[in-house]
Design a protein around this ligand. Sequence first.
Ligand SMILES: Cc1ncc(COP(=O)(O)O)c(C=O)c1O
Length: 450
Amino acid sequence: MKYINSNDYFNNVSNPKKFSIKEVLLTGQAPDKGLFVPEKLAQYDPEAIKSFKNKNYPYIAFKILYPYFDEIPEKDFEEIINSTYGNIKIPVKELYPNIYILELFHNWTFAFKDFAAQLLASVIEYYIKQNHNKVIVFVGTSGDTGPAIVEAFWKKENIKVYCLFPKNGVTRTQRKQMTTFGENIYPVEVDGDFHTCQEMAKSALDAPDLKSYNPTSANSINWGRFIPQAVFSFWLYSQIADYDEPVIISIPTGNAGHIGSNFLAKKDIGGLPIEKFIAPHNLNNYLVRMLEQGKTDPEVFDTINCLSNAMNVKKPNNIPRILYIFNNNIEKMQELIYPVTINDETTARTIKKVYEEKNYLLDVHSAVSLAGVFEFLDRNPDCKDTKIGAFLTALPAKFPEKIENILGFSPDTPDKLKEQQDKPDKNVFNLKADDMQGLKDIVCQTNSNQ
Ligand SMILES: Cc1ncc(COP(=O)(O)O)c(C=O)c1O
């Protein structure tokens, strides 16, 4: 692995120092706040892709991911994948003719983030057991990453998690999904927005006085959070298409880790004949403006508070990785990616439409994904015979108030979420925005007896 410097990507595309995947996962962020990327992007044998047709998710995940983790003995990685993904459910359904939905929200915390969070936690645990050392994990969240991370790392020995979330910026359900675990989980409620949390979590990785605790990141700046999501396109493809049949994929985009990792499946890299990636955003649409203007550095505006709050990201962290995947060629990006902005009105309208027409309940983020498909088809009616897969990213019950406002009733809530709502908070700390000293004090205090 090498790293790209996210601040001056164009001057510093490559770096002579190489890193092992272990270093990459256990440091999270590359030097100078850069991003780790592999020197070679994995290309797959067409025969392997053909063989995915009747295989289960762990099988496909192993084949797709192993090239990126190949310092781990094959047998060990296979065991990690099987124990992590052995019991998961990712149904694919045809909701409208030729429009398929990939339901990524049936597992641990009912959001797509779980898949990468769980694998990252399993691999870090594997290394910690081997090395007999300890790490601390920082994560800044807008509401969905935090629950996925704390659930994945809960009770993992010799690992402590500091989960920074914005006070008043997450739903009550999401808050409880982070604050009720205790043990090695330390939720930190910050009087600021998501960007403040993310910046604090990133700065903590570089803080000299925290280095001795071995800090790493569980945000998608960590390659270990980014890469596991690449499997989704291959899984979807195996479920809906015959070998070499073109498809279109829609991925709702905020910080661009989800769509970025799935670009690795494209024909010239991963080998899937994906004709277009629809990239639906809410009004926080940096990547849309980037592609429309053909510029790698469009203006950065203040965050706009939209219904799909987990996508309220003013400048996505993963843009340099996407540029790297596209070899820095913005025209190639413009050819493959269909960027679209979906406002709250359209999001709500899509939830109503799909509920009325199909009796199917979408969450606010998944609604952006499908709204992107509808808008794409309106403008490209000749694509109606191509199969389109829309990634649905969260369970509506995670955002009950929003569904209630739009449809007038609350979605059914799984027992696990209901039970969490009644549990008391544990280990919760409060900090003012940018209070890095406060964060360091929390780390020192919670590590003082060891
Ligand atoms: C439910 C949901 N959908 C979509 C997204 C967007 O994914 P990304 O930030 O990787 O672009 C997020 C991100 O937090 C999310 O939580």
